[in-house]
Design a protein around this ligand. Structure first.
Ligand SMILES: [Zn+2]
Length: 195
């Protein structure tokens, strides 16, 4: 299966070099909506295409100007698909904590200096009983993480620029998508999750 730019038409000839190949790795995640339009999860592009080809989901939003083509397939490249059948989801009280989730929640900005963060700092250090939890972890640049060491912000004289918070499961999932993918989501979806 290849991804080509428009115009897409059924072509008995292989695409050869004239159709620009697009980097599939840049579009890894496709958002899955329940039949009720609630965001459920993200899946790989490959999995999303299979769900659509099996008539288990429909494409709600596609990458503009891109088509997927295989032997007998001509399909928009899905960014958002929606399941045809409603899936009952067990109530999730809270998004599971993860380092990746903390960095995404804090938009990769250091909680101490605002520069780009690549590490996760425990506000109350683990050596002082601090937990791996949303409220006890913040994104931090490596320098500040190292400087703060085994101290609380008060002890280190390093006040937090903003307080950590617990994202909703939907927020956590949307935050887990790459920035480029998130900004490509329909406005009604992002507005809803931010509410
Ligand atoms: Zn910093």
């Amino acid at each position: 299966m290849s991804i080509v730019t428009r115009p897409a038409r059924v072509d008995p000839q292989p695409a050869r070099g004239r159709a620009r190949q697009t980097e599939v790795g840049d579009m890894r995640d496709t958002l899955v909506l329940n039949a009720s339009f609630e965001p459920l999860s993200t899946v790989s592009l490959h999995r999303a295409v299979i769900l659509v080809l099996q008539d288990k989901a429909v494409v709600e939003q596609a990458h503009p100007g891109l088509r997927m083509r295989a032997a007998a397939v001509d399909l928009p490249v899905p960014q958002v698909i929606r399941l045809c059948r409603y899936v009952r989801v067990p109530f999730r009280r809270q998004a599971p904590w993860s380092r990746r989730g903390v960095l995404a929640r804090d938009q990769h900005r250091c909680a101490y200096c605002g520069r780009r963060a690549t590490t996760v700092d425990h506000v109350v250090p683990r050596s002082h009983g601090g937990a791996d939890s949303w409220l006890n972890t913040v994104a931090s640049c490596a320098e500040d993480n190292h400087r703060k060491a085994d101290r609380t912000p008060e002890q280190a004289g390093m006040p937090l620029l903003r307080q950590p918070f617990v994202p909703s499961p939907t927020d956590a999932m949307l935050l887990g998508m790459r920035a480029g993918e998130r900004s490509a989501l329909p406005e009604w979806l992002v507005a809803r999750s931010a509410a």
